[in-house]
Ligand binder design. Sequence first.
Ligand SMILES: [Zn+2]
Length: 104
Amino acid sequence: MEVFIGILALILGILFIIFCFKMALKPSRCPYCGKNLALVENDRVEIKQEKVSRLETHNYYNKQGKKTGSRECRVYGTRKYYQVNYYCKYCRKEIIRSEHFDIY
Ligand SMILES: [Zn+2]
């Protein structure tokens, strides 16, 4: 019985790794011919910017290295939206995507 559970856990582990691998490959997969690592960035155009903020926790330590307290502060940054043009290096079709990045 324990052997059976061990094998089951192993299979689930392998499936999980395959799933992660597929998710990692997905952004560069061509939607037309289905090949992995196919997309090459061609052009990038900034569409808009937006102000964003997030909460960061700052910890305070004394001379002995012990934590004495913490404080939350809001950090402001910019979110940039891009329209990115890719082309597939196998079938040469163009793919347009919008992406955004946060800069703090
Ligand atoms: Zn393709």
